[in-house]
Ligand binder design. Sequence first.
Ligand code: NAD
Length: 257
Amino acid sequence: MTSPFRLDGKTVLISGAGGGIGQSLVKAFRDAGAKVVGGDREASMLEGLDLAGQVLFDLADPKATRTSIERYLAAHGTPDAVVSNAGFTRAEHFGQVDDDVWASELAINLNGAYAMTDPIVNAMAKRGSGSLVFISSVNALAHYGNPAYAAAKAGLVAYAKAIAVERGGEGVRANVVAPGSVRTPAWDHRLAADPTLLDNVLPHYPLGRMVLPVEVANAAVFFCSDAASGITGTVLPVDAGLMAGNLRFVDEVLRGK
Ligand SMILES: NC(=O)c1ccc[n+]([C@@H]2O[C@H](COP(=O)([O-])OP(=O)(O)OC[C@H]3O[C@@H](n4cnc5c(N)ncnc54)[C@H](O)[C@@H]3O)[C@@H](O)[C@H]2O)c1
């Protein structure tokens, strides 16, 4: 009997496939038996990955992103699953946010993700089956900085729930993975500014470490598999315990560490 956790014969489209979490997503879906189509901004990001196909788009341009996806669907058909994983932020706090920054981080992380997935959601609904996973962030659930990005990531939660409710009757599921801090290239600019920064990150995490990219990827594989066939509209933190409570409060105030 085939395990319900396997994805043999399925095709998944993964955006941001060339990034830190993206590369782990590609490997985890391949290991589960799926064919993977990689999506990213530039072909060079996808070089060397084990892909069955690729589609290029810049999420900062939602119109062009939608056109690129529609072209892909017309040529190759509708994937069984999508992981909307591409994301970007540089504005760490309100001191670095203005109208342009707010608009740009909303465009990439929310409007672009909508433009990329909406044509696929429609095609999945027409077919009567499909699963989407949005890689959001703990920033969507409580404030940990990056205000514009956080608003966009919270928007993804609302969008996933809208798909779950309005498209559930047509066989489409949508769920959200909310990672805590993961050491990927997304941290390079912060570590370049302060190489000891991770020492300040770890005391916040009950498991005493950051999340690994593969741990985020495994959650996405689960959501796309038949093992999760009854699960839609949910948000799963993969965060080494961050959202469970305030470890630093317990350590510093109550344990006197
Ligand atoms: N690394 C973390 O600590 C962390 C924590 C929570 C959530 N996340 C989320 O996980 C996802 C993956 O992040 P990562 O850590 O692998 O980052 P990363 O920077 O390594 O990868 C990001 C990927 O998104 C792509 N991308 C960025 N802007 C794009 C655009 N305009 N158009 C198309 N593609 C674009 C990049 O090319 C890259 O492939 C992101 O959505 C991020 O917000 C990351």
